[in-house]
Ligand binder design. Sequence first.
Ligand SMILES: Cc1cc2nc3c(=O)[nH]c(=O)nc-3n(C[C@H](O)[C@H](O)[C@H](O)COP(=O)(O)OP(=O)(O)OC[C@H]3O[C@@H](n4cnc5c(N)ncnc54)[C@H](O)[C@@H]3O)c2cc1C
Ligand SMILES: *[C@@H]1O[C@H](CO)[C@@H](O)[C@H](O)[C@H]1NC(C)=O
Ligand SMILES: *[C@@H]1O[C@H](CO)[C@@H](O)[C@H](O)[C@H]1NC(C)=O
Ligand SMILES: *[C@@H]1O[C@H](CO)[C@@H](O)[C@H](O)[C@H]1NC(C)=O
Ligand SMILES: *[C@@H]1O[C@H](CO)[C@@H](O)[C@H](O)[C@H]1NC(C)=O
Length: 503
Amino acid sequence: MLSLPTVPLLLAAYLGGAVSAQVTTDSHSAASKACGLLKIELPNLIAFPGSAQYGSDIAHWATSSVQNATCSIEPQTSKDVATILGIVGRDDIRAPFAVKGGGHAYNLGHSSTSGVQISMAKFNALTHDPVANTVTIGTGLTWDQVYTLLEPLGIMVAGGRVPGVGIAGLSLGGGYSWKTDQFGLTVDTIVAHDIVLPSGKFVHVTNKTQPDLFFALKGGLNNFGVVTAITYESHPQTLVFAGSVAYAPNVTDQFNNAVANFDLKNSDPKAQVIVTYASVFGQFSSSIDLFYDAPSVPPGVFDEFLSIPSVKSDVKTRKFTEFLSTTFGNGDLGIGPFKVAQNVIPVLKYTIPVLNQMVNQVTTLGASLTQKFNGSVVVVTCSAEPFTLPFAHSKGGAYPHPPSRQVTPGSPFIAVQATADPTQEAILANSVKQLSHAVQATAVQEGQSRWDDLLYPNYAIAGTPLTLMYGSNVPRLNQIAKNVDPRGVMQLTGGPKFGAGHT
Ligand SMILES: Cc1cc2nc3c(=O)[nH]c(=O)nc-3n(C[C@H](O)[C@H](O)[C@H](O)COP(=O)(O)OP(=O)(O)OC[C@H]3O[C@@H](n4cnc5c(N)ncnc54)[C@H](O)[C@@H]3O)c2cc1C
Ligand SMILES: *[C@@H]1O[C@H](CO)[C@@H](O)[C@H](O)[C@H]1NC(C)=O
Ligand SMILES: *[C@@H]1O[C@H](CO)[C@@H](O)[C@H](O)[C@H]1NC(C)=O
Ligand SMILES: *[C@@H]1O[C@H](CO)[C@@H](O)[C@H](O)[C@H]1NC(C)=O
Ligand SMILES: *[C@@H]1O[C@H](CO)[C@@H](O)[C@H](O)[C@H]1NC(C)=O
């Protein structure tokens, strides 16, 4: 991630001579200037600190992802978006800005800014094409909103697994779904993007009309413009057999055996699970979310999990949306404002030593951080995501997910109740890196991971090198970014950046 003060420097290096001379070195005054012009151009869409709109525009799932923007704005049309990009990117302004969909980015600055905060909230249309079996969704919607609209139509799309997550970020970064073993990552089910390019031009992107952009938008995040809508393949939806089961610490060994067996033996793409080891305020527990994409599950698939004595279990036949809301609520942690650090551990198969190491790390880090953050609730979790063949339906795209190397995104996460203490962020980041490293080291020893396995961009912690997320696609993505954004407008926003010659 670029820190904001470095943006003008990188631009200077990237653009060279004539243009760099016009780049303002004061991002604060650039933002003020942009906000002043936006107030004149789009007076009904802009908001300033203190207003309700501003509050919701800068809000994020995690407090640690929020920044106080100079102003915020909710474009309503692609023309509004073009106007905004025109102003922030003007050669004599070059204001930092951010584009926010669902606001669930884990990293500061990826969808937040001290400059102009763009919220896509008004792009909330959803249309269904029953002939083409596609659904077109505005990038201001969240997955739970989408599923609530689709369920009465008897269809679904392969989107996010937890309520509250935005369709935008998840779809532009990859997308692991309850349907991934059946249909692929979310990007594999996308047939078109509507985008406002950095030039202000509106383009409907398909593999036929714009193959480079189509490729780039499948994992390349906010580097190529502002996406206003995405078109997905839809699939019929029945009731599902799903729910979650929680276990006391005294059955962890039995549970780990069941997880390793499931990962090794399951070949039914309708069966998906998320395994979570958690330490909350120092208390350890394990749980599993079970999902079978039909009203009943064939014998054998989940039996081992269901036969272990549990402290809570609600697995049953139900509506898709009811499973999500019962299992995850609104997706919040329920501990008030919190700071987070998230990362990813690429794993082929979760063997027992790998699972034991997750348990061990969660337990010891949970204890030490609970002591360190004296009094604040600390949540340390590590999830195994034992997909069977998540890349079997890969059609390529910016985020490489080749069928030849089917790593799954093991998911370590740490949260703490937010205080004003500015050292919290660094402690969380270092701890989650330490946890990831320890678990991956065991997976490497087990032959289930390699240190150069690619990391899922939507989970990877800020600062992860581009090549560790995008591999050999980096040069092509840099070139596409330079072609589509010769003036480096999207360099003014945060997150992994292409086109600046950086890796
Ligand atoms: C509780 C929770 C559950 C999750 N579950 C899953 C899961 O099941 N599967 C999975 O794959 N991931 C999951 N994730 C990770 C998720 O994919 C990322 O956090 C993702 O960034 C969320 O998208 P968003 O729109 O909410 O985020 P935002 O913070 O709004 O945006 C994220 C990124 O997308 C860019 N962006 C947003 N809108 C646009 C736009 N219109 N045009 C261009 N760029 C844009 C932003 O600039 C930013 O770089 C989860 C995250 C959380 C917090
Ligand atoms: C952002 O603004 C709020 C409200 O004015 C303030 O409480 C908070 O400290 C500010 N945060 C930062 C990081 O400046
Ligand atoms: C395991 O712990 C649970 C919950 O504390 C308890 O109900 C159960 O009896 C314990 N089982 C064994 C075998 O000790
Ligand atoms: C921990 O919290 C207690 C009670 O709030 C306080 O008295 C103590 O000084 C704190 N210790 C540290 C190391 O912050
Ligand atoms: C685009 O089409 C080509 C040629 O049919 C295909 O090989 C490729 O996988 C497609 N790309 C995507 C991202 O769907």
